[in-house]
Design a protein around this ligand. Sequence first.
Ligand code: ATP
Length: 239
Amino acid sequence: MLEANNLEVVYDDVMLVLRGVSLRVPEGRIVALLGANGAGKTTLLRALSGLLDVHDGKITRGRITLDGEPIHRASPTRIATLGVKQALEGRRILAELTVEENLRIGGHSRPRGIKQNLDRMYELFPRLRERRRQSAGYLSGGEQQMLSIGRALMSEPRYLLLDEPSLGLAPLMVQQIRDLIVKINAAGTTVLLVEQNATMALSIADHGYVLETGKVVMDKPAAALLADEDVREFYLGLR
Ligand code: ATP
């Protein structure tokens, strides 16, 4: 279980962005993290994967534990080694490198497993196999998203953190990404999914959290969130 307890995060020493957030991601599940722009979803993912430092952010209160052991003071590399990995924010793939080179970089922490993991990725993402020798910069938005996910999976994480994988994609591609997340989860990877597309996220998640200005305002089974009229209207922008 990956768990945040009463987490408080500040940027630039002054800007309080998470105000006592608690969240549980039980092994084997898909957990959705929803909320409006600026609610703090990305910040929570950065905290969980140890990437706050890079953005001048700091945990000022609370803790993060993995199987009960505190990890909130650990480096991103250490956290990744322990099995918590975030797919690159904003699909920050290396555009001038080939698809395969990008995947290989993702697997650097597991050098002996690279060949096998590449095969696994090409099976999961046949499009990436077709384009493996092309520069990643030439991929479509959806393919870049797949590459970003594939690159994170190359390190064989137990917990995969995804930040808006459907952002900017056409409906058919959103559907494909959705199916891929289900497949990745079925193969044993736990998923924490940040999404603006609440319907998509809740349709595959076991549990959902809604963040509002740095606080958890809803914490319920996904089906209950989807069924609740008020939640749909006020928090999810659905009708
Ligand atoms: P979005 O969907 O727009 O990405 P979000 O829920 O992921 O929203 P965050 O990106 O976590 O929200 O941002 C929460 C707040 O923190 C916002 O007010 C944002 O402007 C601020 N913020 C994010 N990153 C930084 C940073 N590096 N320095 C200062 N403030 C930041």
